[in-house]
Ligand binder design. Structure first.
Ligand code: PMP
Length: 447
């Protein structure tokens, strides 16, 4: 069955498939950290539905919540009507929000994907401010629909989006790293906004990820986050935090903005908030609620199974303090990965926050970049002394991990970052098993 399914789907599905190419498995069963393929092989899953599964696969509280809705005879599809299930989800969601937003928030249920909620957020700030431009960051990922795509990625400005340098300590766009690099990023932003000759009109909003995920697991320094909050607040520019990937405890606090203590005007939430089913919302300050009825819609705004699974997940993470647990365990795992770097010179940088971990692989023997000139993303380093990224090695490590029954994600601006996004329910023993397999895979790939 395994081979036949793989063969048929590779013939029938689009050539845009990604995971199916690098991870040729046919999952048929899953529980917690473990996925089982049609060929009977078992894998430790540190991809977790691209960071969706806060509680791992098929957690009993999630399954129970879904079954309760199914057994109750409630409609599964409710557009944007009020229901008891939605009431419970909204109550639970508001109970988790950062203070300063919780007591004065509105929620808009969106189409079922993160990218839909990003579109809604962009539309909301444009409507509320009457402006059109947007500030976004190099290396960002916000989704695959037109507006989200424009806000994502490369170094160039597109269609009213002004691209700002995200502070990336290891490959600092200014070639200095550390606090200085973050300071220069902030000053760059201020200069653009305040210099009349920059040609950048006051924008409708700024969108940022508190930790860039797809961009290569790059945590923004807390002080830089506070600076961005001040810069936007002083100029009445709504700040949108895209917490699609960082939310629901993954980074060590319930929402990643809590590390810096800032309160964004708008939060974009998806992935884990649906407890493994599709759900996406925008939460924002009530005074931004300038929409006319129907200004934002979407047929699948009312998936009751997703709301029930999501409410159960949010409650479980909150009640069991899984964010704290993710912070402690993540720090320990990053420390151990750092230790591995002594034996593996290809480990250029270990970074992350909580259980959102990135290991940037490099080619230690290649010529080191000589200066911080370029913001353009070639495969070379942009900070003085940083070796170039090693995307081929990262791909090989991913394959060696798969051989050893470990599923890891790849990412990064040069595709050289091995990413771990395990469930927050990861046990100490499982963490050890994950790191042992990864260490073996590194040794094998280096040979
Ligand atoms: N924002 C961020 C930060 C993401 O990581 C992602 C997905 N990786 C998205 C938005 C888009 O979400 P979706 O794939 O559900 O459209």
């Amino acid at each position: 069955a395994h081979e036949g399914i793989l063969r048929r789907q590779s013939l029938r599905e689009s050539s845009a498939r990604t995971y199916a190419r690098s991870l040729p498995i046919v999952p048929v069963r899953a529980r917690g950290l473990t996925i089982e393929g049609a060929d009977g092989r078992r894998y430790l899953d540190c991809l977790s539905g691209a960071g969706t599964l806060a509680l791992g696969h098929n957690h009993p509280v999630v399954l129970e919540a879904i079954k309760r809705v199914l057994d109750s005879g409630a409609p599964l599809h409710v557009l944007d009507l009020a229901t008891p299930v939605k009431d419970a989800f909204t109550t639970e969601l508001f109970a988790t929000l950062p203070r300063g937003l919780a007591d004065n928030a509105r929620v808009q249920f969106c189409g079922p994907a993160g990218t839909d909620a990003v579109e809604a957020a962009l539309k909301l700030v444009r409507t509320a401010t009457g402006r059109s431009g947007l500030l976004a960051f190099t290396g960002a990922y916000h989704g695959m629909t037109a507006g989200a795509l424009d806000a994502s990625g490369g170094a160039r400005d597109v269609r009213g989006v002004t691209r700002l340098p995200y502070p990336y300590d290891y490959r600092c766009p200014f070639g200095v790293g550390g606090e200085r690099g973050a300071e220069l990023s902030a000053r760059w932003t201020e200069n653009l906004l305040d210099d009349p000759k920059s040609g950048v009109a006051t924008p409708a909003g700024m969108i940022l990820e508190p930790v860039q995920g797809e961009g290569g697991v790059i945590p923004a320094p807390d002080e830089w986050m506070r600076r961005m909050r001040r810069i936007t607040a002083d100029r009445s520019i709504p700040l949108i935090a895209d917490e699609v990937q960082t939310g629901v405890g993954r980074t060590g606090t319930f929402w990643a903005v809590e590390h810096s203590g800032i309160v964004p005007d708008v939060m974009v939430l998806s992935k884990a908030i649906g407890g493994s089913l599709p759900l996406a919302v925008v939460v924002y300050r009530a005074d931004l609620d300038a929409w006319e009825p129907g200004a934002h819609a979407g047929t699948f705004r009312g998936n009751q199974l997703a709301m029930a699974a999501g409410a159960a997940t949010l409650a479980y993470v909150r009640e069991n303090r899984l964010a704290e647990r993710a912070g402690v365990l993540g720090a320990r795992m990053m420390g151990q990965l750092q230790g591995l770097a002594a034996d593996h010179p290809c480990i250029g940088n270990v970074r992350g926050r909580g259980l959102m971990i990135g290991v940037e692989l490099v080619d230690p023997d290649a010529d080191r970049a000589t200066g911080g000139s370029g913001r353009s993303g070639s495969g070379s380093g942009t900070s003085t002394g940083v070796p170039p990224a090693a995307p081929a090695l990262a791909a090989a490590v991913q394959q060696e991990c798969l051989e050893r029954g470990l599923i890891v994600e790849l990412g990064g601006r040069h595709s050289g970052v091995v990413r771990l996004l395990p469930p927050l329910t990861l046990t100490d023993e499982q963490a050890t098993a994950v790191l042992d397999r990864l260490a073996d895979a590194l040794s094998a790939a280096e040979r």
